[in-house]
Write a protein that binds this ligand. Structure first.
Ligand SMILES: [Zn+2]
Length: 162
């Protein structure tokens, strides 16, 4: 069994089965993690209220086959919209520790274009990956820019205006 401790920002929380929840958070030292909150759906859960999206937390989680949160304490609520947190959740690779992304998020600045720049997809000078015209959106699944016309034709991927 491996144990992890550290600061993290909660990106997403979802139901898992009858009683459990699944939380996705970006940990300062370990990158994006997806972990179970055992009995998180129970009203008596001590962990779940601390693990709301947008919360900056101190947490302890263990790896026992899969990851499970065993301790969480909310430090502060960061001022991000659900849409932005979803974008962050979708574009970050699992277990990819990234100090620059951490500092950017901790500064509580909600900017999709700056986030993409920090991740190495600088929108400045980028072109639509299908027709090379000026991009209007970023395909999260395909990790590339699209103009409005091409973006409208791309199916099955999440596109955000930048
Ligand atoms: Zn295009």
């Amino acid at each position: 069994m491996r144990e992890y401790v550290g600061e993290a920002i909660v990106l997403h929380k979802d139901f898992q089965g009858e009683l459990d929840e699944r939380v996705v958070f970006f940990a300062k030292d370990f990158g994006k993690q997806s972990a179970k909150i055992k009995s998180g759906r129970k009203i008596t859960s001590k962990l779940s209220p601390h693990l709301e999206p947008g919360n900056l937390i101190k947490a302890r989680w263990i790896e026992k086959g899969s990851l499970q949160v065993v301790d969480a304490l909310k430090q502060e609520k960061l001022d991000f919209t659900p849409g932005f947190l979803k974008l962050v959740c979708d574009v970050l690779a699992e277990h990819n520790h990234d100090e620059e992304v951490w500092n950017f998020l901790k500064n509580n600045k909600e900017s999709s274009t700056e986030l993409l720049s920090v991740l190495g997809w600088n929108p400045k000078g980028a072109v639509c990956q299908l027709c090379s015209s000026t991009p209007r959106m970023f395909g999260v699944d395909s990790l590339g820019y699209y103009c409005a016309d091409c973006g409208a034709k791309v199916r099955g991927s999440k596109i955000y205006i930048v």
